[in-house]
Design a protein around this ligand. Structure first.
Ligand SMILES: Cc1cc2nc3c(=O)[nH]c(=O)nc-3n(C[C@H](O)[C@H](O)[C@H](O)COP(=O)(O)O)c2cc1C
Length: 274
């Protein structure tokens, strides 16, 4: 079980932690004007550590059994393993974006870099769909929510059945917990019968994920979008992919609303040395 402790005297009540929590576990105690942990939702905590990493005052500590070494941020290094390590460890899933649109030219520059990502037998099977129309993204999210309602009603054993009601409730209250109101979605797609297309797309998407912060962009792997695109003909059709193509993975992109200041905990290294 995750333990989230809040140092209330240190907390400024800025609400950032309540906004970044993906599972709505932190909520505002309106009378105290400070955040509090919802005891009914703490069991859903995926110990992403975003609340701890984003807090401007350093007022939140997240602990969970089995967490590994805690890394601090080092500054002013030359280009070294430490520097790339810091870049990779500071990458976060961004779920709160500004309304600023991402220029096509910026996305083109990223895609030009990542077309050098490795591919099996250098087959280079990855195609990209870039969606930059917020109305179209909102419509896609709505189509995914409709699929989610159907899953909740008719597929109680679905792996997402327990989390979908929370997602649907947030949508019905005006939030977008599917696409997080991102101003851009990129989708890697390719021939569905190409055995390398999935892994090559995921590698390329990983490169996208890692390059994006150097353009001041934030990203979030869009699992809900991908799962729904595989499961729902309506969602798949909304993507208008070429005949014979599958959406291999989706990623949200936009300018982050919040800056993460710390590196959160992750599981201790699991390795067998021989
Ligand atoms: C394959 C994959 C799918 C994901 N899908 C979603 C998603 O649908 N919605 C979401 O908010 N986060 C999604 N995430 C983000 C994870 O929740 C996140 O990586 C994890 O909590 C760790 O946080 P970090 O990326 O900031 O280190 C996904 C991540 C991965 C790798």
């Amino acid at each position: 079980m995750t333990d989230i402790s809040i140092n209330i005297p240190l907390c400024s009540g800025c609400k950032t932690c309540t906004e970044v929590c993906p599972y709505f576990i932190l909520k505002m105690d309106e009378s105290a004007e400070k955040p509090t942990v919802d005891p009914l939702k703490i069991a859903n905590c995926c110990h992403c550590g975003h609340c701890e990493a984003v807090c401007p005052e350093g007022a939140i500590t997240v602990n969970y059994p089995g967490s590994g070494l805690v890394h601090g941020i080092t500054k002013n290094n030359p280009i070294t393993p430490a520097q790339i390590g810091q870049h990779l460890m500071m990458r976060r899933s961004i779920r709160d974006y500004t309304v600023e649109l991402v220029p096509e030219e910026t996305l083109r520059q990223i895609l030009e870099i990542i077309r050098y990502a490795p591919t099996g037998m250098n087959g280079q099977p990855v195609h990209w769909l870039v969606m930059r129309d917020p109305a179209e993204i909102h419509h896609l999210a709505g189509t995914i929510i409709e699929w989610g309602r159907d899953v909740v009603k008719n597929q109680p054993g679905h792996p997402l059945a327990s989390i979908l009601p929370m997602i649907i409730e947030a949508w019905d209250h005006g939030a977008d917990p599917v696409c997080h109101s991102a101003p851009c979605i990129v989708i890697a797609h390719g021939q569905k019968d190409n055995p390398n297309a999935f892994i090559d797309s995921v590698i390329a998407m990983t490169h996208f994920d890692l390059v994006a912060p150097s353009f001041d962009l934030g990203t979030c792997w869009a699992g809900f979008v991908q799962i729904a695109a595989d499961a729902s003909p309506e969602v798949f059709q909304a993507l208008h992919l070429p005949e014979g193509h599958r959406s291999q993975y989706a990623m949200l992109v936009g300018y982050p609303k919040f800056r993460f200041r710390r590196i959160p905990k992750r599981d201790a290294l699991k390795v067998t040395w021989r």
